[in-house]
Design a protein around this ligand. Structure first.
Ligand code: ADP
Ligand code: GN1
Ligand code: MG
Length: 378
C-alpha cells in the first residue's frame, strides 16, 4: 500500500494503511500520513477490474460529476462543502488513477473525516435525511452539460438483461446449486439449506412484474436522468456531528438511468429493519414509517423535477430494486460466487432469501404503501 499510495500527489510521510469499509465490489484501504505534525487520512481503492472493464471511463465520469457538484457547492458558499462531495486526488503524473505492477487500477480520495455509514437506519428521521440526500444528488446533476456519461456497466439495472443471465446460470447450473436433491443424499438437511429451488421459483413467478421499470424507461414513459445506481444506505456518509446525510460516495456507477433506481435502492436498504444478509428472516421487516419518512425527505428535493409517471412508480421502485438484488444474489450463487465479496458459505443465497422476505413484507402492506405515496405526491 505504501508504494501505491506514494504514486499519488500526497504530501508528507506515509505512516500506515489498513483495509477499510464493507463494500462488496472494490478493495478499499485507508492510509495515514504525517503532514508536518498533523495526521491526515486518505482513502485508496483498487477498482474491481472484472466488474468495471473500463476503469478510465469510470474515473472520467467520477471527475465530471464530482467537479460539477463541488463547483455548485463552492459557488453557493456552502460551509464545509469539501466534506459534501468526494474529491479525487490525482497521481503524481496527473491522472485520476495509477496502475500497479499486476495491472490493477487504483484511485485515491480525500478521506471524509467525522462521518460514518450505516447498514440499517435507526430512526425515521435518519431515513428522511438519507432520502433528501439522494433527491439532492439527482438535482445537483440535472444540469450537468456535455456528453452522455459512460455506461460503466451496460444494462446494469435492466431487469430483462438480469433475467436472461439468471436463466443462463440456471441452465448451466455450473456449481450444482439449483436443484433440490435432498431426497437423493445422505446429508439431506444441509443439502436442502444450500439448494435454491424455492428462490428460483419465486424469481420465475415475479419475472413479468419485474420488467415494469425498465420497460417504462425504454418506452420513454419515464425520462432518462443521471443517477447514482448504487444508493444502498452504506454508500451515503453521515455526519457524526448531527447524524444528517453528508456526502454520497461510491460513484462508480453514476451514469444514465432513472431517478427510480436510486430511490428504489434506498427504500430497499433504509426501510428494511435488518441488514441485507441477516439470516433470521423474522427480522426482515419492511417498515412503513421509515418508508414514509424516506419518501418525505426524497420528495422535499425531488418533487419539483419528477413527472407524474415517475411519482406513480415510487412504491414499485422499492420492490423492483429489491427484486433485482434478489435475482443478482441468486445468479451469483448459482454461478459459484464470482461477483460479490462473500465471507461464508451460502452468503449469496442468504442475501437472496433476505431480499425475497423483504419483498413479501412489502407485498403484505402494498395498499398502505400506495396510500402513503398518493398522500405525499398531491
Ligand atoms: P465499494 O464499491 O466496494 O462498495 P465504496 O466506495 O462504497 O466501496 O467504499 C467502501 C466504504 O468506504 C463506503 O461504504 C463508505 O462507508 C466508505 N467511504 C467511501 N469513500 C469514502 C471517503 N472518501 N471518505 C471516508 N469514507 C469513505
Ligand atoms: C454492490 O459496491 P457496493 O457494495 O456498494 C453492487 C450493488 C448492489 C450491492 C448490494 C457495482 O454495491 O449494485 O446493490 O452491492 N455494486 C455493483 O449490497 O455491482
Ligand atoms: Mg459501496
Amino acid at each position: 500500500m505504501r508504494n501505491i499510495a506514494n504514486m499519488f500527489c500526497i504530501h508528507g510521510e506515509f505512516e500506515d494503511a489498513a483495509p477499510y469499509g464493507q463494500g462488496h465490489i472494490n478493495d478499499t484501504y485507508m492510509s495515514r500520513w504525517n503532514q508536518a505534525g498533523t495526521t491526515v487520512r486518505y482513502l485508496h481503492q483498487r477498482i474491481n477490474h472484472a466488474v468495471f472493464v473500463r476503469p478510465d471511463e469510470v474515473m472520467e465520469n467520477i471527475l465530471r460529476v464530482t467537479r460539477h457538484i463541488a463547483g455548485k457547492l463552492a459557488a453557493a458558499g456552502t460551509a464545509g462543502w469539501i466534506r459534501r462531495v468526494l474529491t479525487v486526488v490525482p497521481s503524481r503524473d496527473g491522472n485520476p488513477w495509477v496502475r500497479d505492477a499486476e495491472g490493477g487500477w487504483w484511485r485515491t480520495y480525500l478521506f471524509i473525516e467525522n462521518a460514518h455509514s450505516l447498514d440499517v437506519a435507526s430512526t425515521p428521521e435518519e431515513a428522511c435525511f438519507l432520502g433528501a440526500s439522494i433527491g439532492n444528488f439527482q438535482k445537483q446533476l440535472a444540469d450537468l452539460k456535455g456528453e452522455r456519461l459512460h455506461e460503466t456497466i451496460p444494462r446494469f439495472h435492466d431487469m430483462e438483461n438480469r433475467y436472461r443471465r439468471f436463466h443462463e446460470a440456471l441452465r448451466s447450473d455450473s456449481a450444482n446449486r439449483a436443484e433440490d436433491t435432498r431426497s437423493r443424499t445422505e446429508s439431506g438437511a444441509k443439502c436442502r439449506a444450500e439448494k435454491a429451488a424455492a428462490e428460483i421459483l419465486f424469481m420465475e413467478e415475479n419475472e413479468e412484474r419485474g420488467a415494469i421499470l425498465i420497460r417504462a424507461l425504454r418506452d420513454g414513459r419515464i425520462p432518462e436522468r443521471i443517477c447514482h445506481n448504487d444508493t444502498k444506505m452504506n454508500n451515503i456518509l453521515i455526519d457524526n456531528a448531527d447524524n444528517r446525510a453528508l456526502c454520497v460516495a461510491d460513484l462508480d456507477t453514476v451514469m444514465p438511468g432513472t431517478s427510480l433506481f436510486d430511490l428504489g435502492d434506498l427504500i430497499r436498504t433504509a426501510a428494511s429493519r435488518a441488514e441485507e444478509d441477516e439470516r433470521d428472516l423474522t427480522k426482515v421487516i419492511f417498515d412503513p414509517g421509515f418508508f414514509r419518512a424516506l419518501l418525505e425527505g426524497y420528495l422535499s428535493e425531488a418533487l419539483d423535477f419528477l413527472i407524474p409517471a415517475e411519482t406513480e412508480l415510487l412504491a414499485e421502485a422499492g420492490r423492483n430494486i429489491t427484486q433485482i438484488m434478489a435475482l443478482r444474489f441468486l445468479t451469483d450463487y448459482l454461478e459459484g460466487d464470482h461477483y460479490y465479496h462473500t465471507t461464508r458459505s451460502g452468503h449469496n443465497l442468504d442475501r437472496c432469501r433476505n431480499q425475497i422476505a423483504l419483498i413479501r413484507s412489502m407485498d403484505s402492506q402494498w395498499e398502505a404503501l400506495l396510500d402513503t405515496v398518493r398522500a405525499l405526491c398531491v
